[in-house]
Design a protein around this ligand. Sequence first.
Ligand SMILES: Nc1ncnc2c1ncn2[C@@H]1O[C@H](CSCC[C@H]([NH3+])C(=O)O)[C@@H](O)[C@H]1O
Length: 343
Amino acid sequence: MDFGAAHVTQMALGAWQAQVLYTLSELDVFELLSEKPLSAQEVARRTGAHPLAAEGLLNAGVALKLLTRDGDAYADTDLALRLLCEDSPESLARWVRVMGRWSRPWNGLTEVVRTGRPAEEREARLWQDPRYTADFVLGMHEYARRIADEVADHADLPPGARVTDVGGGAGTYAIALCRRHPDVSVRILELASVLPLAERTVAEAGLADRIDVTAGDYLTDPFGTDVSAVVLSNILHQESREAGESIVRRAHRALRPGGKLVVNGYFLDESRTRPLFTTLHNLSAFTLWGGGRSYTVGEAAALLRSAGFTEPVVHQVAQGASTVLVAEKAEGPEDQHPADRRE
Ligand SMILES: Nc1ncnc2c1ncn2[C@@H]1O[C@H](CSCC[C@H]([NH3+])C(=O)O)[C@@H](O)[C@H]1O
């Protein structure tokens, strides 16, 4: 067995496998087959697809263990029912649709690397397309709810804490913080187009009385006054270094002395060549958001210290899938960072 050739072949053909998943998802085949088994002809008719091409797609889906075939009838495997249908409590369906959407800018990686510019403009991409916005925000929620409780535990908040969750998305971490810390209340700061999505998730969790969702721009707006904790979850990697510095400074200013800054995200190790996922996430931020750049834990800690925070405590979450940094605003006005007074 030539493992080198197998490694290269797997990478070279990996995009084909991913594309079958994306197309099945984009055509809503998993949802359709979750109702009842159907023939390829019937799937083609219901999705507006070409019959022979649809059959080829379904057969590849069977080979990938996403579908089964019994005679002429195709059905979802248990895996597809569990992870690829939106109503399943374990669904990753929206997240997979976003990955499918992102495969297009990713396909332009060569040009991105040549020019140093993102593959598409952020505004054109996301916030003007309601389905994409919903898939993005709720897809992040599908993915993040798997680790949110563990992240919330590391925040270790005192009773009655008031928290600002900056760019809080669908409210995944706000919900987990309220569930894990009974007297805590959270204000989510989000873009106006995301608010209805967050409000819905929060209401479904029965936490509308403790989680407030406010429209704001984290690049310019303040994050509150005298708050007990500020959460920056999966924010910094998608912004420029200067924007990151400004966000961390405004977090410092919003906190009461002794208040906590909780930074959750994917960090590179100091060589910047590991872990594999984060090297890809770093490229993805560059391709999609332009100016985004993943931090090492050391770089992030330096960023926090320069804004007047203590050395962060570092927690690995879910076997290292995510990392949480918890730093404190030093007690006493003499510790205030000069930049706080300037802005
Ligand atoms: N300028 C901005 N002001 C406020 N929120 C923003 C801004 N730009 C992007 N966002 C939001 O930042 C979030 C990044 S995704 C992270 C979501 C969540 N904190 C989590 O960890 O799962 C998205 O929900 C965006 O809508």
